[in-house]
Design a protein around this ligand. Structure first.
Ligand code: GAP
Length: 512
């Protein structure tokens, strides 16, 4: 069922110009995707919502746009050269490559699925009297399975934190995990695989000229910390925000745009006085959750998940997980990064990255609170939350994309009642030419009105305007609402202000 939903979402994205496989005519490039006309508009709107909620709505957050290429020492300092690894293992039967931790996670998910099956069965048997919590806490088989999951999760976290490749292999063998392609349980040793893509500078040979495509945008912020602080005269606490591409040579490429090799991040580093990190960690957890909830994602779709194993730079870290069609998964990370990065850059560059605090008359290296979210993952969450197949009163169905109006790619479609009536076509084009000064709209006369409405529903257009004979005689149009499908008669001169007000992002900002 969930699988069908996900397949439907992927094909909806393609058929409606949201997302295409990259280089599709050459059979595609795995884990790389292109955004189509509607996709690029929606993606830009998501970025605008994030950017403005950070930079426009906070006087102590400023934005930058740093380069993808950085001095190679950056990645030595940040720890990415030595520690940005995934544990990789090959199956000897199929030669297929896997992430060892993902194999173990999938094994846990299978046990979890058995628990869910038992719960669903019991629910059916007991009907309204069923108490799921009590059932989970008292059913012997479920308790045993849950204990097994908890023990595997703890052992996996320990092996990952300690970089214990030998134990990861031992676990795969102990759980008798088989390759999904060959069915073989024969595995190579588990080894570390660095996720950074590298390339070579034209004029310097060897290691010296080795450049990396940035695996996160954050380091462009750290190395510019003093430049920004001095040129904007910001006082602590203050933040620097950035949106940009990041690249990771992911071993496991699946789940559509969830895990990509080229993707975009929206990151904000908040520089604070050492010792205040706990309170800012709580602040940003709450603030970021509000940002998601303002979009109308129900609270049941979102949850916090504390990291089981902390990254090399963090003293606390939590994910905001979203319930994707394939389960709850990480959408955003909030990390207390201490002074790790700035200290490292100080050491390797030999340049001071300290802040003079006028309140305490001291120089110190600030601590950092980071919020980091993938644009593409946010896109997937937004699409999967919005796409609904509705059964109408007459028994027919419609696919409707219930996007928040301010994120919708097109805000209004204008269509003449009859496409071969010159007067109606002329008037509809005149209205379209007026409205497009204010927001993104489109003119369409390529089908019957009913068909055109369905097409706009599928791409999330909140309003359709139909130009009919009353428009010519009385200056009124029919304004049709996407979600309710209700239709109002509206004077042409009121259209612009009505739609503009409805699709304005300020409604989202006011909820933050
Ligand atoms: N600067 C911290 C950092 O990069 P991360 O948890 O590795 O932390 C942050 O990544 C966010 O970037 C994730 O929560 C996710 O939304 C997104 N992300 C990471 N890897 C991704 C990938 N391969 N494809 C798409 N999005 C990804």
């Amino acid at each position: 069922m969930a699988d069908d939903l996900f397949k439907k979402l992927v094909s909806h994205c393609k058929e409606n110009g949201f997302i295409y496989q990259s280089s599709e005519i050459y059979d595609g490039l795995a884990a790389v995707y292109d955004y189509g006309p509607n996709g690029s508009l929606l993606k830009n709107n998501i970025k605008e919502y994030w950017w403005k909620s950070m930079v426009q709505m906070n006087e102590n957050i400023v934005g930058i746009d740093s380069a993808i290429f950085m001095h190679p020492k950056t990645w030595k300092a940040s720890g990415h050269v030595d520690a940005f690894n995934d544990p990789l293992v090959d199956n000897k039967g199929s030669n297929k490559r896997y992430r060892a931790d993902v194999l173990i996670e999938d094994y846990m998910a299978k046990i979890e699925a058995k628990i869910t099956k038992d719960v669903v069965k019991a629910k059916k048997r007991f009907g309204d009297a069923f108490d799921e919590k009590q059932f989970r806490e008292t059913n012997g088989r479920i308790i045993e399975r849950q204990q097994k999951i908890d023990a595997i999760a703890a052992r996996l976290a320990k092996a990952m934190t300690e970089g214990d490749m030998v134990d990861l292999k031992a676990q795969i063998e102990e759980y008798e995990i088989a390759c999904e392609v060959s069915g073989s349980k024969e595995w190579t040793d588990v080894r570390q695989f660095n996720l950074m893509f590298s390339t070579q500078l034209g004029n310097i040979a060897g290691e010296e000229g080795k450049l990396y495509l940035r695996p996160e945008t954050a380091q462009g912020i750290f190395v510019n910390f003093l430049n920004v602080q001095k040129t904007t005269r910001q006082k602590l606490p203050f933040g620097i925000a950035q949106i940009g591409k990041a690249f990771r040579n992911e071993i496991v490429a699946r789940q559509f745009i969830f895990r990509m090799r080229e993707f975009e991040q929206m990151e904000m580093q908040f520089f604070i006085q050492p010792g205040t990190q706990k309170e800012w960690y709580e602040h940003w957890k709450e603030t970021r959750m509000k940002w998601h909830l303002a979009l109308g994602h129900g609270q049941e779709k979102l949850r916090f998940h504390d990291h089981d194993n902390l990254a090399h730079y963090a003293d606390a870290a939590v994910d905001i997980q979203f319930e994707f069609p394939f389960g709850f998964k990480e959408l955003e990370g909030i990390h207390s990064r201490t002074d790790f990065d700035l200290n490292q850059h100080q050491e390797l560059s030999g340049k001071k990255l300290q802040y003079f605090d006028p309140k305490t008359n001291e120089n110190y290296v600030p601590y950092v609170l980071e919020t980091s979210i993938g644009v593409d993952r946010m896109f997937l969450a937004t699409m999967s939350n919005a796409l609904v197949e509705e059964t109408l009163e007459n028994g027919s169905t419609r696919d409707v994309l219930r996007l928040p109006p301010s994120l919708a790619p097109v805000k209004c479609a204008i269509m003449p009642l009859k496409r071969n009536n010159e007067e109606l076509v002329g008037k509809a084009k005149e209205i379209y030419n007026q409205l497009r000064y204010s927001f993104n709209c489109m003119y369409d006369d390529t089908g019957s009105i009913g068909k055109l409405y369905r097409r706009q529903d599928a791409t999330g257009t909140p309003f359709c305007v139909t130009v009919d004979f009353d428009t010519l005689e009385k200056g009124v149009v029919t304004l049709r609402h996407r979600d309710s499908m209700e239709q109002d008669v509206v004077p042409v001169e009121q259209l612009e202000s009505m739609i503009k007000d409805n699709v304005d992002m300020k409604h989202l900002f006011k909820k933050l």
